[in-house]
Design a protein around this ligand. Structure first.
Ligand SMILES: CC(C)C[C@H](N)C(=O)N[C@@H](CCOc1cc(O)cc2c1C(=O)N[C@@H]2C)C(=O)O
Ligand SMILES: [Mg+2]
Length: 327
């Protein structure tokens, strides 16, 4: 067998600006991987994340380093040993899922989901800003059932207060992206509890999370930057209540399914999340997220322009992908 490999670096404009504790973005920068066999092509998309030491060039380089194995028809199972977890492997793994579906004529969901996939309610992200500006964003999206509120600066109690007042009917997740400290975590957690926040995501820097063992969890706490693959789980027991699974961290849908299933066995709640990417990156995650406790697959909602055949969003309800998009 001989397969062909192609990679493209692409930019998709964000509608406005997206800000978290680490900085701001006006464009989604993604790498698309295409694997072809006999004129049939499978696609996968990833988002290189400098936080994990990734750049567009390093990700393309990692994919290129696997060119010969991909050409020889490496399986998804063997890919896990051949490439490290991360964005590059995600793009290749998802391209292989798509290619397998197209070559076999069977949707990826038949292998990835026990029952046919259904539309899911996704969170919608409120970008980090001053409390009044975040309240205005929340007011504009107050009919959405679940808002994810970016935190991580000083004054987070005021932000939670402002957003909760502006969207009183929405459930709230707050995501500090590692921005809280040992000094302010108790005060911020009390504010989250007072305003009935449903979940707190990654309050402390990864590696500085041992304090979570000692303090009460009036609101459940979800690992994001602290969890990558199923191998991360043992050290998170007793610290976190939930894990946020992203394909760019696990290195694809194959390893993400393993993380999800192992997390469930160990008693963790499950969120399926994303980076700022297009519908091509969300599509496999929609299959992974069937049955998840929280779904955070709003990447395309933040874009000014998505790909052709993008996922259908009806309000916050996201439908499984069409075969023209993926799988
Ligand atoms: C479209 C939403 C932002 C996606 C989701 N709701 C979400 O919050 N995801 C991440 C946020 C990570 O996004 C970042 C952060 C950053 O510092 C730089 C980037 C991105 C990204 O997606 N692309 C660039 C590299 C979360 O923390 O849960
Ligand atoms: Mg997060």
């Amino acid at each position: 067998m001989t397969r062909e490999l192609a990679t493209d670096i692409e930019g998709f404009p964000i509608a406005g600006v997206f800000t978290i504790s680490r900085g701001s973005r006006t464009e989604a920068r993604v790498v698309r991987c295409t694997v072809s066999e006999n004129g049939v092509s499978g696609h996968g998309e990833c988002v290189p994340y400098p936080r994990y030491g990734e750049s567009e060039d390093s990700v393309v380089g990692q994919i290129e380093a696997a060119r010969q194995e991909i050409a020889n028809g490496i399986s998804r199972a063997d890919l896990i040993a051949a490439m490290p977890a991360g964005a590059a492997r995600n793009a290749v793994d998802c391209a292989l899922w798509d290619l397998e579906a197209k070559l076999s004529g069977k949707r990826a969901s038949t292998a990835a989901c026990p029952i046919p996939p259904r539309p899911l309610q996704t969170a919608y992200t409120i970008s980090l800003a001053e409390p009044e500006e975040m309240a205005a964003q929340a007011r504009a999206h107050a009919t959405r059932p679940l808002l994810k509120v970016k935190l991580g600066g000083k004054n987070d109690a005021a932000r939670i207060h402002a957003v909760a007042g502006a969207a009183p009917d929405s459930r709230l997740i707050v995501d500090a992206n590692e921005g809280w400290t040992e000094e302010n975590i108790r005060e911020n957690m009390l504010a989250a509890a007072e305003f009935h926040v449903a979940l707190i995501e990654q309050p402390l820097p990864a590696g500085k999370d041992e304090i979570l063992r000692e303090i009460p969890h009036p609101v459940p706490i979800c690992a994001d930057e602290s969890v990558h693959t199923a191998q991360s789980l043992p050290e998170l027991a007793g610290l976190y209540d939930f894990v946020n699974i992203k394909l760019d961290k696990t290195g694809g849908l194959t390893a993400a399914m393993e993380l999800r299933d192992r997390a469930r066995e160990m008693g963790f709640g499950v969120m399926v999340g994303c980076m700022v990417g297009t519908s091509l990156a969300m599509a496999p995650a929609v299959l992974l997220a069937q049955g998840a406790d929280y779904v955070d697959l709003d990447g395309p909602l933040l874009l000014a322009k998505d790909r052709a055949h993008g996922l259908s969003y009806s309000g916050s309800l996201v439908s499984p992908p069409s075969p023209q998009l993926w799988g």
